[in-house]
Design a protein around this ligand. Structure first.
Ligand code: GLN
Length: 489
């Protein structure tokens, strides 16, 4: 029998329907793989009992012909999604032991569709980071290694546990969240597909908030089709989130094979700065050629405010984070360190509960929102954000989709860039503009560099046009024939 863990979601769905194996067998295969790959540290908590129970229930529904869209499919859930009765930490000490009495809308939808939760996936603390090195529960290792080398690499972040687990075939898919690139960059580093939908497609209800005007959930999978299948289940209007869009959900899977013939693909010159990594640039050129070969036309476009996106993001996101994280005060959630006065209790709890990067963001955020600096930083950043969104609006009058690299480099070493926050922030240079504009973006694994490490290409489209994004992604995937780990397909 083939290794069940290397199947795609689409293949497993069809084979489960034909009763070629059971959901319980599929789940057991994944639980065994997780056990063997503990050193990756991809999961903060595993939930084998819940998984077996849900797999059995899935088998019953498959038997009675009442299967949901993800019936029996084992998935990992990023530990930023509240899961009823199961510890949810955001990878922070301050939330250690917190068991939410409710389920996030997105994880509930996945559950209602019959999927099986394998556990809660590791991430950067409060999703702040690009390496998964800031987790209180330890770093995550990428399952990839450079050719001929044994040193460990980062899986990217913040959805590093999600990317590592899907890439290593511990889960068939995983949820991620993306505030400035946290789905797309780790997907690129681990050679998988990551989709950040339009802001407002997925409900944020029950997801631990980082920067509310940017946070979006999305799927991380090994193929474009699997991402389309998962996203369809994850999104849809939710009255519990005021920014959730009251739009019907397209059948993303149905458009995958429509191709790109006649589409106009924009190539933004600002994403090719002097000194861009030569292999990243070459892969981008290759991607352009693949789309042309498939019948698209490519046009040079300009997104003039691109250079301001990173500084803008690193004002807006910390500002919102400083406000969102005010709720961790030792009174309502998680950890508390007693003090002689209420203020001292707050201070001690927050000093002990938050890690260095989270504290840095709270300090930056509080600073840019303070009375004396609000206009100079926060208000200015809001204005620049509007200009970045306008750049995209204008570009999409000339093109249907935009192609760029996902990240400026391949994965780096597990202990690199730790002492230099700015070097870490530079990872997000190609992903944050789309986050600030609220437009959808996906990363598709497109090739390997000379060290044998994955590189991704990013596809951006206008708001609510995930269908075009998926069509372009499918063409890139078909052309790239990317060598997934374990030969999974
Ligand atoms: N790396 C970015 C940051 O640290 C993005 C994180 C995210 O998208 N959650 O803020």
């Amino acid at each position: 029998m083939t290794d069940l863990t290397s199947l795609t979601i689409a293949a497993a769905r069809d084979q489960l329907a034909k009763k070629e194996f059971t959901a319980l067998e599929l789940t057991e295969a994944h639980l065994a793989a997780m056990d063997k790959a503990k050193d990756l540290n991809a999961f903060i908590v595993t939930t084998p009992e819940i998984a077996r129970e849900r797999a059995k229930a899935a088998d019953a529904r498959l038997q009675s012909g009442k299967a949901g869209a993800l019936e029996g499919i084992p998935l990992g859930i990023k530990d930023l999604f509240c899961t009823e009765g199961v510890q949810t930490t955001a990878a922070s000490h301050i939330l250690e032991g917190f068991k939410p009495p409710y389920e996030s809308t997105v994880s509930q939808k996945l559950r209602d569709a019959g999927s099986v939760m394998l556990g809660k996936l590791n991430l950067d603390e409060f999703a702040m980071g690009s390496s998964n090195m800031t987790s209180y529960f330890g770093k995550v290792k990428s399952p990839w290694k450079a050719k001929g080398r044994s040193d460990d690499l980062v899986p990217g972040g913040s959805s590093g546990g999600s990317a590592a687990s899907v890439s290593a075939c511990l889960a068939m898919g995983a949820t991620g969240t993306d505030t400035g690139g946290s789905i797309r960059q780790p997907a690129a580093f681990c050679g998988i597909v990551g989709v950040k939908p339009t802001y407002g497609r997925c409900s944020r209800w029950g997801i631990v908030a980082f920067a509310s005007s940017l946070d979006q959930a999305g799927p991380m999978t090994r193929t474009v089709r699997d991402a389309a299948i998962m996203l369809k289940v994850m999104c849809g209007h939710d009255p519990k989130d005021s920014t959730s869009a009251p739009l019907s959900v397209p059948d993303f899977e149905a458009v995958l094979k429509q191709g790109v013939k006649g589409l106009r693909i924009g190539i933004p010159k600002e994403y090719r700065p002097d000194g861009l990594n030569a292999e990243v640039a070459a892969l981008w050129d290759q991607g352009i050629q693949w789309l042309r070969d498939a019948g698209a036309t490519t046009i040079d476009i300009s997104l003039p405010h691109t250079k301001s996106a990173l500084p803008t993001y690193y004002i807006v996101a910390p500002a919102e984070a400083s406000s969102n994280l005010a709720r961790y005060d030792g009174v309502r959630f998680g950890q508390r360190v007693e003090g002689k006065t209420l203020d001292e209790m707050y201070a001690k709890t927050r000093a002990a509960g938050f890690g260095t990067e989270v504290k840095r963001r709270i300090l930056i955020g509080t600073y840019v929102l303070s009375a004396g600096y609000y206009d100079a930083y926060y208000l200015k950043a809001q204005k620049v954000r509007a200009l970045i969104a306008r750049d995209f609006n204008e570009a999409f009058e000339k093109c249907d989709a935009i192609l760029t690299p996902t990240a400026p480099t391949a994965a780096f070493g597990l202990n690199d860039k730790q002492d230099d926050p700015v070097a870490m922030y530079l990872n997000d240079v190609f992903t944050v503009p789309a986050s600030l504009a609220g437009i959808p973006g996906a990363s598709v694994p497109a090739g390997l560099n000379k060290d044998g490490l994955p590189l991704g290409l990013q596809v951006l489209t206008k708001r609510w046009d995930e269908e075009t994004m998926f069509r372009v992604c499918q063409v890139l995937e078909d052309a790239a024939q990317f060598p997934l780990l374990k030969g999974a397909r």
